[in-house]
Design a protein. Structure first.
Length: 753
């Protein structure tokens, strides 16, 4: 077996430099996945023990593919390949007792988090019209991912709504502890707290993992960055791979500065640039490279390819979004007929989910099979979450969310008042919910209706019987729960027409358990539930199905298709209006466009509409500035915007000259601000960019260095722009989603971007 065969010079260097810090800047289609896997195999081949290697990726799918390939090369190898969240769960199952929690913790998803917050809001009488549970949950999650504790959040909460969220945040953390539960964010924050607070635990895992590899490093947030630095602090054998030009997740805490500052954190680091693209035609590669060169916050690299030129990029100009969707459907149908492509070789990308409706309709009109990313995940369906709640309570009888859920379906006559009393009694006595439910009077609970009391007795008896038996095989445990709880009977007798489908989904859950048991004979109920909890929508996307894939640009990363349609290439759409109003990052919008373009192998179409409906209004947006940044010699215009009044054989450069105007909403028809031929072009280059990169653990900027117009980050409000600094020590800042805030510079801890 020759691991190094067919690697180019840069790939070979990235694979064989196995000691010391290494930064691999990998452009799209440059063979990064192969390099990462080969590097791990090469380390094992060089005598490094598999269990000393930790490789972390961002999706279960990527981790699974790496494991599969390594297993083929080294059967029985034990290199740990996982996502950050899976690694956190693995670590905490072994060490969480040092943080005062039990190892049989439950992992709460977003819906579970919302359920806990709703209960807290009822207890504290916080009106949902004032602060919604979903909004509070989002703020709490965002804060955790930025390393902001409940106490820190409360200290920075100047707004009445934020004060309410701060109260919820503090109560939410207590509720998680009482339920012996963690949310997804805790799978990152708890390991970091463990390492920072327990030196002996950190030393143990620093010794265990002598070589660490982190993929997609540009997507790491403050917590993941901290974990990586701590784990690699002793050995310094840290390899990070990624592409700053594909950093598109700042909205969920990802910090591009982590990869931009890698050489600052590790001055002895070597850097390898993978710029040769093996995926796309030369025209597509040149277009992508020209576009992203406009950004300033990046690692310099030049994309190139030895592939053929291929077809020119189509710029499809349409009348409105419906016309755009139908034109795309027609184009797909023609390519299928002319080039014998399959449905599964096509993808249609959009900036926001709202754009998908007309695309779906157009594809249905032509009977083109499609699959839309973002539909309800199998494991998020009501009946599946119900069954999982019954199972979670078997392992963690303190789980309040699961306990409340199993009382709802089938309906057992246990009201919110009784539930609240049981939860309060369990917390007060440090007892499990099942113990309290089994003997209400012993815990001081009286005046419970006979129906509720009987139902609680039946449930606790069921759990007592189940716990007398081994929780194995998993399929048998699930079947016993579904039958003995009355859940199957409820679905079979329910007149709701969806009940049959729900019963089929429960049967599919049994099949899932059976399949995993065959693949992993030693798997137990806890491990299976953990695997289910960590499944993402991306992992469930069936790329083998012969369907056209519809998805947002944020979902497109890591995928590739023979033909790609990138829709809504207009100012206010891509780039999004927020970035044009100073509330977002224009460079990140450009990176989103770059990601979309580089998913295409052979055919690429960039479409835009003269009119677009948004929020119930008709808008006339100028063509996206990103179109102007694609070299005109690489494109051909298909102008369908005005019947009989197209550009004919006109060159794209002629059409585009002066075509970009300031984005405006539709005005009176006699006053047409949307003139493609006469409007002056926008200034060349990005209107907004990040300042010089800074490591995330440096103290916030000195307020004296802040000036009007600076982009800043606040611990609670997020990213904003300074409107005014006065001599009294206060600053006015406009924050995305929060509007204008007046803050005291001394306490605001504004961080200059």
């Amino acid at each position: 077996m020759n691991l190094l065969a067919d690697l180019n010079a840069e790939q070979l260097q990235a694979v064989t430099c196995i000691n010391g810090p290494l930064l691999v800047v990998a452009g799209p289609g440059s063979g990064k996945t192969r390099v990462i896997t080969t590097r791990v195999a090469y380390m094992i081949d060089q005598g490094i023990k598999p269990w000393q290697i930790l490789a972390m990726t961002f999706t279960n799918k990527a981790a699974g593919e790496m494991k599969h390939r390594l297993e083929q090369w080294f059967p029985g190898g034990e290199a740990q390949v996982s996502t950050f969240h899976s690694f956190g769960a693995w670590l905490l199952r072994r060490e969480i007792e040092a943080l005062g929690m039990g190892r049989d913790f439950t992992i709460y998803d977003t819906d579970d988090r919302t359920s806990v917050i709703r209960r807290i809001m009822r207890e504290k009488q916080i009106d949902a019209a004032f602060v919604s549970a979903q909004a509070a949950g989002h703020l709490i999650s965002d804060s955790k991912n930025r390393g902001i504790s409940a106490a820190d959040f409360a200290a920075g909460a100047y707004d009445p709504k934020l004060k309410a969220v701060a109260e919820i945040f503090a109560a939410y953390e207590i509720a998680l502890g009482q339920s012996n539960a963690l949310d997804f964010d805790d799978l990152l924050t708890k390991p970091l707290a463990l390492f920072r607070g327990h030196a002996q635990v950190l030393a143990k895992y620093q010794q265990r993992f002598s070589h660490i590899l982190i993929d997609e490093y540009q997507d790491t947030n403050a917590i993941q960055y901290g974990l990586a630095k701590l784990l690699a602090a002793a050995s310094r054998n840290l390899c990070v791979t990624g592409d700053p030009d594909q950093s598109i997740y700042s909205w969920r805490g990802a910090d591009i500065r982590n990869i931009l500052n890698f050489e600052v954190d590790f001055p002895e680091a070597r850097t390898v640039v993978l710029g040769r693209n093996y995926r796309s035609t030369r025209n597509i590669v040149r277009a992508a490279d020209a576009l992203v060169q406009r950004n300033l916050s990046r690692k310099q690299k030049h994309l190139h390819t030895d592939n053929e030129d291929g077809a020119r990029i189509t710029v499809l100009k349409c009348q409105d979004q419906t016309h755009e969707a139908r034109s795309i459907a027609e184009s797909i149908e023609k390519l299928i007929q002319q080039e014998h492509l399959q449905h599964g070789e096509f993808a249609v990308f959009f900036r926001t989910n709202a754009q998908s409706r007309v695309l779906e309709q157009a594809l249905r009109e032509r009977s083109l099979a499609y699959q839309i990313m973002g539909a309800v995940s199998f494991y998020q369906r009501q009946e599946i979450k119900d069954v999982l709640a019954y199972l979670r309570l078997l392992l963690n009888p303190r789980d309040t969310v699961s306990f409340a859920r199993i009382m709802e379906r089938p309906a057992r006559g246990v009201g919110e008042g009784t539930l609240a009393k049981i939860i309060e009694a369990a917390n007060g006595a440090n007892a499990s919910l099942l113990d309290v439910a089994a003997d209400l009077k012993a815990f001081g609970i009286s005046r419970v209706q006979a129906r509720a009391s009987k139902a609680l007795g039946e449930i606790t008896d069921m759990y007592a019987r189940l716990l007398l038996k081994p929780l194995f095989p998993i399929e048998d445990v699930i079947r016993a729960v579904v039958v003995e709880s009355g859940y199957e009977h409820m679905l079979r007798t329910d007149v709701d027409p969806r009940s049959e489908e729900r019963l089929e989904n429960v049967q599919e859950l049994l099949s899932d358990a059976r399949t995993r048991q065959l693949e992993q004979p030693e798997i137990d109920l806890r491990t299976w539930l953990e695997q289910v909890a960590l499944v993402s929508d991306t992992d469930k996307l069936d790329m083998t199905g012969d369907t056209i894939k519809l998805m947002t640009l944020h979902s497109a990363k890591g995928l590739e298709f023979n033909a790609v349609y990138l829709t809504g290439m207009e100012e206010n759409v891509l780039p999004h209006s927020r970035s044009l109003q100073g509330e977002g990052d224009l460079e990140e919008e450009r990176r989103l466009c770059y990601v979309g373009i580089t998913r295409a192998r052979k055919h690429l179409c960039l479409s835009l509409a003269r009119h677009r409906e948004a929020f119930g209004r008709s808008q006339r947006n100028a063509p996206s500035r990103f179109l102007q940044e694609v070299p005109t010699e690489l494109t051909v215009v298909d102008d369908r915007a005005a019947a009989g009044q197209g550009f004919g054989g006109q060159d794209f450069a002629q059409w585009f000259t002066g075509s970009l105007a300031k984005p405006v909403t539709r005005q009176d028809d006699n006053d047409d601000p949307f003139n493609f031929d006469d409007a002056p072009p926008l200034e060349d280059g990005p209107a907004d960019h990040l300042a010089a990169p800074r490591a995330p653990d440096i103290n916030p900027s000195d307020p004296g260095h802040l000036t009007t117009g600076d982009r800043v980050r606040h611990g609670v409000f997020g990213i904003g722009r300074i409107l005014e600094i006065n001599g009294t020590g206060r600053v006015k800042v406009h924050f995305q989603g929060w509007g204008e805030k007046s803050l005291a510079l001394e306490f605001a801890k504004l961080e200059k971007m």
